[in-house]
Design a protein around this ligand. Sequence first.
Ligand code: NAD
Length: 288
Amino acid sequence: MVKNMQILDGKALGKKIEEQVASDVKVLKKSTGHTPGLAVILVGSDPASQAYVGMKKKACDRAGFYSVTHEMPEDISQGAIETTIQMMNQNPSIDGILIQLPLPPQIDTTKLLELVAPNKDVDGFHPYNVGRLNTGLDGFVPCTPLGVMELLAEYGIDPKGMDAVVVGASNIVGKPMAALLLNANATVQVTHIYTNNLKAHTKNADIVLVGAGVINLIKEDMVKEGAIIIDIGINRADNGKLVGDVDFEHVSKKASFITPVPGGVGPMTIAMLLKNTLRAAQAHAKES
Ligand code: NAD
């Protein structure tokens, strides 16, 4: 067992960041009269999406934001969502627009993400912001990987020079995670469902970051002694409990640092949404 294994406590850091945001919101309101506003588009009745939106709404309330959720039925048309986004783009009370994913199959998600005004794109999914991230320019960065970077920084972990392996290559988790690590001068490998022999990649890594949505994907024999393990996965186990993608019980014995699920990356994602929305609001207040 690695001595002094440390838990990366996203719950504690998330709370600290939320408190800072709440205090900055008071300053913004006092100096400009503007309250940060977040609009959420929620389509259908997927329980996980509803739960995530509920958590985001509560976090907005705690931070002193104005927030509005546009709930739409599963069979909504593309045009109706587009109209809502256009209205939110024009609405000066709204600083951030979040489209809760996934959307039903009749909806062209890419087209909707491209319709969000880049300066209200607090999820960082618009190709404008994706391009800025990949060229190392300032912009909105997707909340989950951004939260991972803040968590690493809080514990004094600098990815520079590290061999990093990202498991999962989605646009919202794996790809922006890899871009951030590369921007931080790590040597980055991105693996995915078609990767042959995942273990051959993970077992030599200094840091393994997993967001695949597969329970127990990363086992003890797949990581090296002293590795840093970031578990981004959120899965519902048969017993109803929330678990990540890492076999925490066994992998934690070898890790130097590891995130728990829940209480690791999840709360950081919400804290980053608040931070991104505050940042958008500060910029909009300056412009007006
Ligand atoms: P996704 O389904 O869009 O992407 C999953 C990725 O994992 C794909 O690139 C796929 O190729 C890869 N993958 C799947 N099975 C694999 C396997 N056996 N081996 C290697 N790679 C494999 O999912 P997503 O939206 O990126 O989410 C991934 C996970 O992260 C989910 O569990 C999701 O709930 C979780 N998530 C957590 C947060 C958070 O705040 N902690 C935020 C977003 C997503």
